[in-house]
Design a protein around this ligand. Structure first.
Ligand code: ADP
Ligand code: GN1
Ligand code: MG
Length: 365
């Protein structure tokens, strides 16, 4: 691995002498590494990522989107007097000037400036972090609302099309390639009972009742860098899924981890739940950034989106479990099933509290 990363990093316009590189982060999709380079008397770190091209089938389109989004963010942050080397991801060009390097085995690699003095969190440790993270996602949405040029590529078509996700689940259930369905009947029934809800947001988008926007689509807490000193959400990362979508996808997806009382893969379901206090911080942060431009309908549906996108994610974990764990990285045999059950427990709790959630959103609209 060490040799390999030395070779990979030599394909980018990096200053200094390669020292080492180790795996980094806990994402479910890409392979991320951090390297150290000696530059004069300084140690400089970089992020290198192998894009998962069995999931992102058009890596060039992903990279074109990321180039556009990060260039625009850089200009906007610089114009506002901010620090664009910390406020957005910064791609480091490959030696041929491209934003990526395609190695002989066909893997796509990209390198970014490592943002120092900040961290991501897989689980909530501090209420201020979740307010700040959602404010950062709201600000990202606001900034991208003026992104010039063509519509972005859909890097994963129908990524948050919950209805189609439901259909993919039913197909996996019918094929049942691993013969796992009979052992997870309650989980399957949980999804089947909620079929009508899966169409709500996509139908409203199709009918023009919700606007299409440039959205992030993967707004987990660990996709925002939180400054170690100020606790602010300084940089939205993991930009592979930035594409046309609904603000409701972003808000909804932020709740799964942001308002969760336990880890996404917690096995002890007694620990798993949705904290309304945490939901309050998340709604407050998102609306402090986005209330001026979200439509009344978007704001009305924020609580529903939290429930729907959590259901969608649980359904995706269950689909992957039925399919034999081919999509998400797993570290144990029933990992996807454990993840699915935390999501469904959270959905069930949110179903008990629609009025409280709406009242919280109403405070900040
Ligand atoms: P994945 O798509 O697999 O989730 P991410 O792009 O989210 O991968 O990166 C994985 C982790 O690497 C992040 O959660 C974060 O901790 C870290 N990371 C990514 N980019 C940077 C960066 N530019 N500076 C510092 N840390 C980073
Ligand atoms: C994946 O890449 P990562 O770990 O940030 C997934 C998200 C899921 C999430 C569940 C491209 O996100 O959609 O919500 O896992 N990303 C992709 O934790 O499928
Ligand atoms: Mg990530």
């Amino acid at each position: 691995m060490k040799q390999n990363l030395k070779e990979i990093t030599s394909q980018f316009q990096l200053e200094g002498r390669f020292l080492d590189a180790v795996p980094y982060g806990s994402g479910h999709i890409n392979d991320t590494f951090v390297s150290r380079f000696q530059v004069g008397d300084d140690l400089v770190r970089y992020i290198h990522q192998r894009l998962n091209h069995s999931i992102f089938k058009e890596p060039e389109a992903v990279m074109e989107n990321i180039e556009r989004v990060t260039r625009y963010a850089y200009e906007q942050i610089a114009a506002a007097g901010g620090d664009p080397r910390r406020g957005t991801m910064n791609l480091i060009p490959a030696v041929d000037g491209k934003s990526y390097y395609r190695c002989d085995e066909g893997n796509y690699w990209r390198s970014f400036i490592f943002i120092e003095g900040a961290h991501t969190y897989d689980q909530v440790e501090n209420l201020r972090h979740i307010y700040s993270a959602n404010k950062a996602f709201g600000n990202f949405l606001k900034m991208m609302s003026a992104l010039p040029g063509e519509r972005l590529h859909e890097t994963i078509p129908d990524f948050h099309h919950t209805r189609k996700r439901f259909e993919a689940f039913v197909e996996a259930l019918e094929i049942d390639v691993m013969n796992r369905a009979q052992s997870v009947k309650a989980d399957i029934d949980f999804v089947l009972a909620r079929e009508p809800e899966t169409s709500v947001i996509v139908d409203m988008l199709a009918a023009g009742k919700l606007p299409e926007r440039v959205t992030h689509n993967d707004t987990k807490l660990n996709n925002v860098l939180i400054d170690d000193i100020t606790g602010e959400g300084i940089c939205v990362i993991d930009l592979d899924t930035v594409m046309p979508g609904s603000a409701l996808y972003d808000f909804g997806d932020s709740i799964r981890i942001g308002a969760g009382t336990a880890a996404e893969d917690e096995r002890d379901l007694c620990k798993v739940g949705v904290s309304l206090e945490m939901f309050d911080y998340l709604a407050h942060g998102y609306l402090d950034a986005a209330r001026s431009f979200l439509t009344p309908t978007e704001i009305d549906y924020l609580p529903f989106s939290a429930k729907l996108i959590t259901l969608e994610c649980g359904m995706r974990f269950l689909t992957d479990y039925l399919n034999g764990d081919t999509y998400f990285k797993t570290q144990r045999v029933r990992h996807n099933l454990d993840r699915c059950r935390t999501q469904f427990k959270m959905v069930a709790e949110m179903e008990q509290n629609p009025l409280q959630m709406s009242a919280i959103v109403a405070k900040y609209r």
